[in-house]
Write a protein that binds this ligand. Structure first.
Ligand code: SF4
Length: 357
């Protein structure tokens, strides 16, 4: 059992200073750390959920130059927003960003609210993101407990609680609340940074170069990797789909996904459940209103989402005219303005337009 938060807080009294000294020397130079306005911090924190820092940097810079402030984001056409987000995945994040920007545009005159509770009430902002914005952009004394911070703190305190349980997160959160220094934004970022670069998730933590090793119970007990304790992962569901590249003179058929569920409201390549044989695929094309279609099988693809894995059979069909209830897009439109989720990209990469348009 972990010792009480009171004991831990006493034991860790000098820990924030050690973290800040390390952070001042070792922090990575990242675009959102320069000029950390609430808007810039917010966009970076939302992008960094589920996505690696290296992958985010390019997206972040493009997003900020296209939509430099809350008002621009609130007014942005959906297609532009989705295009800027294309490849980052978890598109609900982008939709919630815009919803929150619209709330701020209408209720806060296009400014970020400056209290934790108001920030936390915005669409798509949970405890962690609210804590990060409040502390980094407004110097409000709130902890920001994400996966990195949970890992560092459970190792540091040898807390064997299951980190998926609210009680564990609550315990770490209240311990941190009692430790927050005046430089709260830097302290929160130092914990995230340590978790990302030293007390890493996969493989052994780099305890020998860790600036807070002397405070770490996981290290002194010889078993830092026992923490954090996680619930057993459920196996992903496998779904079979058959995906079609329907080409009419160099333009490709797209359809919209339903407004709810996985990839809600996104464009997709036409597809049906199951793994269709060549004959069944040819029949499907005919039922869509196309005659004289040449159908050929291409390389199968896979895409892994958090809880589900798609196994996709892919067919290309040259059709004689644009028909059916599809939206038709040429290569240029697919590149410039239409946002197609990554799941369909390997299939799309096999497309050879009959006549470029
Ligand atoms: Fe993590 Fe090791 Fe540092 Fe403890 S000593 S906080 S386990 S890197």
């Amino acid at each position: 059992m972990p010792s009480s938060n009171h004991d831990q807080a006493q034991r860790l009294a000098q820990f924030p200073d050690a973290m800040l000294a390390w952070y001042d020397n070792e922090k990575r130079s990242l675009p959102w750390r320069e000029n950390p306005t609430p808007y810039r911090v917010w966009i970076s924190e939302i992008m960094l959920q589920q996505t690696r820092v290296e992958a985010v940097i390019g997206y972040y810079e493009r997003f900020l130059s296209a939509l430099p402030d809350i008002h621009a984001l609130a007014q942005a056409p959906q297609e532009q927003l989705m295009k800027l987000w294309e490849g980052l995945g978890y598109y609900t994040r982008a939709r919630n960003l815009q919803k929150a920007a619209q709330v701020m545009d209408q209720q806060y005159a296009g400014q970020f609210p400056s209290t934790y509770d108001e920030i936390r009430a915005l669409p798509g902002i949970g405890d962690y993101t609210a804590g990060a914005i409040a502390s980094i952009a407004f110097s409000l004394k709130h902890p920001a407990v994400d996966g990195n911070v949970l890992r560092v703190m459970t190792r540091l305190t040898a807390d064997g609680g299951d980190i998926s349980k609210p009680a564990t997160k609550q315990r770490i959160s209240s311990l941190l609340t009692g430790l927050l220094p005046d430089r709260v934004g830097d302290f929160n970022q130092s914990l995230m940074e340590l978790g990302a670069t030293v007390c890493i998730p996969n493989g052994a933590p780099a305890c020998l170069i860790c600036p807070v090793r002397e405070y770490c119970l996981g290290f002194s007990q010889g078993s830092p990797e026992d923490y954090p304790v996680k619930p057993k992962k459920k196996a992903r569901t496998v779904e079979e789909h058959t995906v079609f590249l329907l080409d009419a003179g160099g333009r490709l058929a797209l359809s919209k996904r339903p407004e709810r569920g996985l990839l809600a409201g996104m464009w997709e390549l036409p597809n049906v459940p199951g793994c269709l044989s060549q004959e069944a695929a040819e029949q499907w094309v005919v039922t869509q209103g196309f005659s004289h279609a040449q159908v050929c099988r291409l390389r199968s693809c896979r895409h892994i989402f958090t809880h589900v894995e798609w196994h996709m059979s892919v067919y290309a069909a040259q059709v004689s005219q644009e028909a059916g209830s599809f939206f038709w897009a040429g290569r240029q439109a697919l590149h410039d303005s239409v946002s197609l989720p990554s799941a369909f990209r390997p299939a799309l990469a096999q497309w050879e337009p009959r006549n470029q348009s």
